[in-house]
Design a protein around this ligand. Sequence first.
Ligand code: SAH
Ligand code: SF4
Ligand code: F3S
Length: 468
Amino acid sequence: MRTTPTIPAEDIARQLSICDEIHAILDRRPGQKKAFVDTYGCQQNEADSERLRGYMARMGYEFTDTEEGADLVLLNTCAIREHAEQRVFGNVGALTHTKRRHPDQLICVCGCMARQDHVADRLKRSFPHVDLVFGPQLLWQFPELLLRKLEKGKRVFATDDVPGAVAEGIPVVRQNDIKGWVSIMHGCNNFCTYCIVPYVRGRERSREPEDILAEVRELAEAGYKDITLLGQNVNSYGKDLGRGIDFAWLLEKVNEIPGDFLIRFMTSHPKDASERLFDAMAKCEKVAPCLHLPFQSGSSRVLQAMNRRYTREHYLELVHQLRARIPNVVLTSDVIVGFPGETQEEFEETMSLIEEVRYDALFTFIFSPRKGTPAEKLEDPMPKEQKSANFQKLLQRQNEISGEKHQEYVGKTYRCLVDGVGADGKLSARTAGGRLIHLEGSQDLIGTWQEAKITGSSTWALFGEIVG
Ligand code: SAH
Ligand code: SF4
Ligand code: F3S
């Protein structure tokens, strides 16, 4: 049975006509109107910002890369860890100065932080210069909310816990013309005990495959070379659509779209990763030979306390199955150090897991208690200093492994996509597996595939020269 709520097309059409109304209001004010969008957090937020920019462009805004002098400032925020939230509060606070110099400046805060009641309260009480606050589920209503602020002048807080839906037809202004994001689903049902995402992003809902495939086709036709399918757990794609389709099926369909592009996806939850997925990855020539498979902890006891619903053994079995099909697959992961109650022995199990798997790269986090999650209330006896020491130990060992894995590339030649230029003037490129290469060469090559011979390596990157 289909359970996915959808925003009717006429509701989006109404938002678009509100954009035109706002355009007319802005036209009556002197000067070109400029907007600054500041995005925090994950690719999901980047993809959301591209839609918010789409709306803004339709309202007649031009984009600027600084808050100074901007008529509209929008912060699309992340709530995943304390540090992310502190940065946002710091930056929101600093906007009092830009607004003093530019009193008409409109300041909007949206994204995952905005959906938390305690954050909305704090913005209301302590940041009177913030004009509009709305959570991720109300993104599609941004034009309507902004118009309310413009017409009535009063601050607007749209932060209620409304159920999420799928909204199609919102215009998009993308930030990059080589790499594109395509959200395939929104929300999360997993409730890992440390994680805020299900509370702020609502339940899982998948986009219809026709809409996803049309978006990918459009990107491919526009010459995009690297397309990432996004969802908090792409492996549960389609479950809510009642059409008997799954993520492996979607991958195969995306793979059939003509064009010289690579398909990536994130994130995969190990509890739903399967041989069926690995078979599809191996079979589809456009699917990049890499997988981001967060393990979070090497201890089955801690995994259970995290509500991850797999064991260390099952995770290792998945890695084995994947490598049997794609021997040189680039494997990356996320891990949390210092989950409440994690013992020193359990941390050592995380150390031994990274030794066993030998990831190409690892994103390491120290546990950060999130308000309203079950883990926030757990006893957490390990001293901070011990957690930091463990974190450093893990990081150091992983850096060695990453460096060793990078060394194996030296002397070999890889097809890579040139995607930009670094501060040092060197080109940056990515292998199909997603490893970064610094290359000498002309900027004209950006957006092209090249063969690169790897001449050197470090922990973080490869160095090479273009051949052939
Ligand atoms: N949906 C993705 C992850 C999204 S959040 C998945 O399930 O894999 C990205 C990473 O942030 C997580 O994998 C986890 O390692 C980390 N993370 C999430 N909540 C955290 C918290 N409260 N403290 C520390 N790290 C956290
Ligand atoms: Fe958070 Fe777990 Fe959902 Fe990932 S799967 S977003 S870690 S609750
Ligand atoms: Fe952050 Fe929300 Fe993404 S909490 S990591 S921006 S889903």
